[in-house]
Design a protein around this ligand. Sequence first.
Ligand code: CP
Ligand code: NVA
Length: 302
Amino acid sequence: MKRDFLNISDLTKEEILQIIDYAKKLKKDKFCDQTLKGKSIGLIFMKPSTRTRLSFEVGVYQMGGQPLYITGSSTQLSRGEDIKDTARVMARYLDGIVIRTFSHHEVQQLAKYFDKPVINALTDYLHPCQILADLQTIYERFGKVEGIKVAFVGDGNNVANTWLIAGGVVGFDVSVATPPGYEPSGKAVLEAVKHAEKTGANINITNDPAEAVKDADVVYTDVWVSMGQEGEKEKKKDFEGFQINRQLLKYASKEAVVMHCLPAHKGEEISEDVFEQFADVIFDEAENRLHSQKALMSFLFQ
Ligand code: CP
Ligand code: NVA
């Protein structure tokens, strides 16, 4: 049966650990895995991207496959052809699809009608490829992912939702601090808590950044205004006190690292000095998108 990667919980804890371990090998030898030889992978982007697009294009090429970058406006999707028909047409040409779009439901529909692997490259709800790369980065820094504490401070967005579910599945603590009214999705919290009952992870949602960051090993943030919310710039004023800066980091563990999925708005969700202090980790995260996604594709297309 085909496997998709729409949510981090589409993989078991063991599979996640196996993929990040394999990503380490791919990082050392970029052409060693040729799983995609002779395969054509469609990369559908209905939103902008720097890291995700480039890492998938380069990754598919390095694995022997053909990446096809498809923008939203260049397909009949932009003229109303439905996702169900698009999926059935694409299935006649392509061996896999990577998709970045708005609606998570649309990606689920695509996966239902496309009979080969579909990878979620970001929806308004989740960003699982990002968290896979971040887990690889955490593993490189701490030698483990289980038992650590991740604090997410900012908007309760797709990245925050995915952290919560990842913590539940893998078994590490996640505390998310947002201003009132910007909490993560209730559905993601429920799913995280359900997984956490098995793994023992602590899942915490708060409106107090200091509480979230207390003793955290990883302090994480993302933009306050996500793609598709550009008309909501006014919301930024609600985020006062939610910037990751030296003051807030005093609450974290002494060995804590700061992470950011990028792109960053320095001076908003993160201060410039803290960003530069942790630039090595932040750009490792960006690099690891390539390695972890190759490991993921090797797993899904085997
Ligand atoms: N972090 C991330 O997904 O970056 P892009 O939007 O540039 O792909
Ligand atoms: N939350 C951000 C992540 C960008 C990688 C967005 O959806 O725009």
